[in-house]
Design a protein around this ligand. Structure first.
Ligand code: ADP
Ligand code: MG
Ligand code: MG
Length: 912
């Protein structure tokens, strides 16, 4: 049997279904579902979908349509004609069509749609005769010329934008000039005669600028449109979007051809966009915007302020505008009924397009709506509670990285109250951001690459801005509504955005904007945005964290997470403060406690001095004196952390200080130290010289220090065990795990174990206790340690994989110097991802898997976890689950992400 190239829909039936996205694209599959599914049978204008296979065949054949296509299109077109009672290209009762693209996944604004196909000087007379509305007919005609010239004749044909600005802009300028000459404000004021003349003018401009005439033949228009959709799959904008989102080029796009319906035939017509739930907050309330007497793109383009569909959808700009519910109650009731059925059917929030043509409602599109992180969590939790979806579905609905948004910094409320906004726009959300104002996409990319935070300020954004928007910390536009391009794209990314900020007078070319009271903000000036309130401030405002405790939806979801996941999640902490944060984010313990932090920053003077003293000492006695003094600092730090984590394990890693970083170099410090140690400055300088290493990363660090200077291990172990013993006596439950870093052999562990046991006995005796619970284990961060996991496990009760160092040593890539070649490796596809961010499963991951296997063979109950940066990266967490680790440990801020990832892993890869 021959492959079906064209799938029809309409009149209560359809060839396709919603699960045929790969073949029909998202738009086509859902149009078929809405038109044909017995539970829906919604009023969808009839049409047909040309499959993605045809797109691929088109490219394979060197941009040629397959043989059978013409025949199948002709017969599908016949069906539309039968259902509508109109005929394509007929001069008496002409059918008009739209050609719409549609890939598997929605790509907002990436692909171009052409409306009103089928109009020419003869058919326009038929439209006039049928509608009795010449003004409307010529308006539709001039729109067709504009869209067709732009999409088909210029962009898809791949010719450079005419006059450097493009044909659409040129035609737009002509339209504006006519309006100005006639003294009009709005497009709607143009008369039939104006528009009739404009059609003639447009055609002349197109002919002159592009060097080709606008095709009069409706069939030429249709095939031109179809080819253009296929061509736009390989256009620059679409390729760029796919690159950013990591979508494969092989998917191809489908083409949807559909009978036109008109929201622009007068004041009893309208067109709009609606969501079954609020995509900004997740609240379960019908939400949307519409325009009276408008066609298609007008709502998204943001040139007119859209009206709210109901009171709930009002915002600062649309407060006073009448709602659809109030002016067309019957239409609103129908729309509301449809949206309820759609959500129940898809069991997820839908984003729909609708058009009202003279009292008849049509649904033109539905798709699973994009939402920000806050909304995603709320919808998942509430749909679960409503019984619409089950627990696993709810958990899989939220992309773990989206949780960052909930934890996302916001503008400091106090600072915000004290400041006066310079402008107010629509809160496209979420969170807050500060950055330097930039006015072009290129500048945004350039400054971001130079390490600066920028906020992209634009009149409005278009698909050409996507790369710049991606690099900006936030986006601010003067035009556009909550469903504008800027709002939709940033919503998908969870990026802070304010749209429709009419207060601003933006001069993109000169690189500044002016506020209503005449203040000017130039490129490079700091501004701050509150994306949840829509307020813009001058200068940089402090950006702070949010409170999760009173986010009910988050709590509901995370309860589900904890019931589902098997993998433990701990946090890496540097201080008692970190430990508090870790608990707040739901950590089940500390997987890596580093004490080195006490030598950095505030309050570090004294301990740092003591550490230096220890490093520089050349006798055991001097070292012990320094260590004895340091002891109380270490103990206090550990005790505080163990106490906060009461009842939860805390893995304390023994010191692994990069010695060279801590040696004093300035004379003042050296003199001070020399005096204290009772040696000459010159002697001290020599010692510093001796400490110099050519390759400190592979130098005298980790366990090597503990072996050459046992007193260093001794002091720390004593601090840990004493702190634990004291806490236990105070009625707390301390669960320390002593972790030896940078090991590569069993013998190193044996050496250190002896010290630990000796100190343990001493502390027990001194405290008069029989037992202090603790574990002894090691960090596995050298490839040899991983390979020798069996013997290592004879001594170690736990392994914690330090995947940062393990990656460094497995690849032989210096963590600090990878910037020189990584971009080239990624660009050439030699590496798929930065191995320091995404765990390299094939190499480093294999070492981890092997070590777990060998270690557990030796010691069946061996506890295993990872504590590298990878512990909070979703894909890496899934891998850790699959190879049977007990836990992952990551920075406190990433704990929720790791928890959700672990739950998703448990659903997708059940452990038996
Ligand atoms: P996008 O993928 O950019 O949303 P669409 O194909 O959905 O592109 O179309 C752009 C606009 O044109 C939308 O507002 C849509 O509702 C409108 N539109 C598309 N086809 C028709 C049609 N047959 N009749 C009326 N409006 C249409
Ligand atoms: Mg659409
Ligand atoms: Mg390390």
């Amino acid at each position: 049997m021959e492959q079906q190239l064209v799938y029809s829909f309409g009149g209560g039936r359809a060839d396709g279904r919603k699960d045929m996205k790969n073949l029909l694209g998202g738009k086509g599959a859902n149009l078929a579902e809405m038109a044909g599914h017995p539970d829906l049978k919604l009023p969808v204008p009839p049409g047909f979908t040309i499959t993605t296979d045809v797109c691929n065949a088109y490219y394979e054949a060197g941009r040629k349509f397959p043989d059978n296509l013409e025949k199948e299109v002709a017969s599908a077109l016949k069906q539309i004609e039968t259902l509508t009672g109109k005929v394509y290209g007929d001069t008496a009762n002409p059918l008009l069509l739209s050609v719409r693209s549609g890939a598997r996944q929605s790509m907002p604004g990436m692909m171009d749609t052409v409306l009103n196909l089928g109009l020419n000087d003869e058919t326009v007379q038929g439209v006039i005769a049928q509608t009795n509305d010449a003004r409307f007919a010529y308006d539709a005609y001039r729109r067709l010329i504009m869209m067709y010239a732009d999409v088909v004749m210029e962009k898809a044909a791949g010719i450079p934008p005419v006059q450097g600005k493009g044909i659409r802009k040129l035609l737009d300028e002509h339209l504006e000039a006519v309006k100005k000459k006639r003294g009009f404000q709005l497009d709607t004021e143009l008369t039939e005669a104006d528009l009739r003349q404009m059609v003639t003018d447009f055609k002349a401009i197109v002919k002159q600028e592009i060097g080709q005439a606008f095709p009069d033949d409706p069939m030429a228009q249709l095939w031109g449109g179809i080819g253009a959709v296929f061509d736009s799959w390989n256009g620059k904008r679409a390729r760029e979007y796919r690159r950013i989102e990591g979508l494969p080029d092989e998917w191809g796009t489908a083409v949807n051809v559909q009978a036109m319906v008109f929201g622009n035939m007068g004041d009893d017509c309208a067109t709009g966009v609606a969501f079954t739930r609020n995509p900004g907050t997740g609240e379960n309330h019908f939400y949307g915007e519409f325009l009276i007497n408008a066609q298609g793109e007008d709502v998204v383009a943001g040139t007119r302020t859209p009206q709210p569909i109901n009171d709930y959808s009002k915002n600062t700009h649309s407060e006073s505008l009448p709602t659809l519910e109030s002016i067309m109650p019957e239409m609103y009731a129908q729309l509301d009924a449809h949206q309820q059925r759609l959500e129940a059917h898809y069991q997820d929030m839908q984003d729909m397009e609708f058009t009202i043509e003279k009292g008849t409602l049509y649904i033109l599109q539905t798709r699973t709506g994009k939402r920000n992180g806050t909304a995603a969590v709320r919808m998942a939790a509430e749909m679960y509670q409503e019984g619409m979806i089950d627990g696993p579905t709810a958990l899989l609905r939220v992309n773990p990285n989206q949780l960052t948004e909930l934890l996302l910094p916001r503008l400091d409320a106090k600072a915000e109250r004290a400041a006066t906004p310079i402008a107010k726009g629509l809160p496209a959300g979420p969170g807050g951001a500060k950055g330097k104002a930039v006015f072009s996409s290129e500048k945004a990319i350039e400054m971001k690459r130079a390490g600066q935070d920028v906020i992209l300020v634009r009149e409005e954004t278009s698909p050409e801005d996507v790369d710049g928007m991606f690099h900006a910390a936030a986006v601010l536009t003067a035009k556009g509504g909550m469903t504008s391009h800027a709002a939709l794209v940033t919503r998908g990314w969870g990026k802070c955005c304010i749209v429709g900020c009419h207060d601003l007078d933006i001069n993109e070319a000169k690189g500044y904007f002016a506020t209503p009271d005449g203040q000017k903000v130039h490129e490079g000036d700091w501004i701050s945005l509150n994306g949840a309130a829509g307020t813009v401030y001058l200068d940089q405002m402090p950006v702070v964290d949010t409170d999760l405790a009173d986010n009910e939806a988050y709590q509901t979801l995370m309860n589900l997470v904890d019931q589902t996941k098997v993998l433990g999640v701990r946090a890496n902490a540097e201080s008692p403060d970190d430990a508090t944060n870790a608990l707040r984010f739901g950590a089940e313990g500390i997987g890596l406690f580093r004490t080195e932090h006490m030598f950095y920053g505030k309050g570090s003077e004294k301990p740092l001095h003591l550490l230096r003293k220890m490093i520089i000492s050349d006798t055991e006695a001097d070292r012990r004196t320094a260590l004895d003094e340091l002891f109380s600092f270490i103990k206090a730090d550990i005790k505080k952390t163990l106490s906060i984590m009461d009842g939860k394990p805390v893995t304390v890693r023994l010191l692994d200080p990069p010695l060279h970083e801590f040696v004093p170099h300035d004379t003042e410090r050296l003199r001070e130290l020399a005096k204290e140690l009772g040696v000459k400055v010159s002697v001290l300088k020599k010692r510093v010289l001796v400490l110099h290493e050519n390759n400190p990363m592979l130098g005298h660090r980790g366990v090597r220090l503990g072996i050459s200077y046992p007193e260093i291990t001794e002091t720390q172990v004593r601090a840990i065990l004493e702190a634990a013993a004291e806490l236990n006596q105070e009625g707390k439950q301390a669960l320390p795990e002593i972790m030896i870093p940078v090991t590569c052999s069993r013998n190193e562990l044996e050496d250190q174990e002896k010290i630990v046991q000796r100190i343990y006995d001493e502390v027990c005796t001194a405290r008069g206790v029989d037992e202090i619970p603790y574990l002894f284990g090691t960090m596995i961060e050298t490839p040899r340690a991983a390979l020798r996991a069996g013997p290592m496990a004879e001594k170690a009760q736990f392994f914690s994989f330090g995947t940062n160092d393990l990656t460094q040593m497995s690849f032989g890539f210096s963590r600090d110097d990878i910037g020189g070649f990584l971009p080239i490796y990624l660009e050439k596809g030699i590496l798929e991802a930065d191995p320091f961010q995404v765990l390299d499963r094939r190499g480093v991951g294999e070492l981890v898997r092997l070590a777990v296997e060998r270690g557990r063979k030796q010691r069946p109950g061996l506890k295993t976890g990872i504590c590298g940066e990878h512990g909070g990266e979703p894909q890496s967490v899934v891998f850790c689950h699959r190879i049977g680790l007990d836990y992952v440990s990551c920075s406190p801020f990433r704990v929720p992400i790791a928890r959700l990832s672990a739950a998703q892993a448990a659903i997708e890869y059940p452990r038996d």
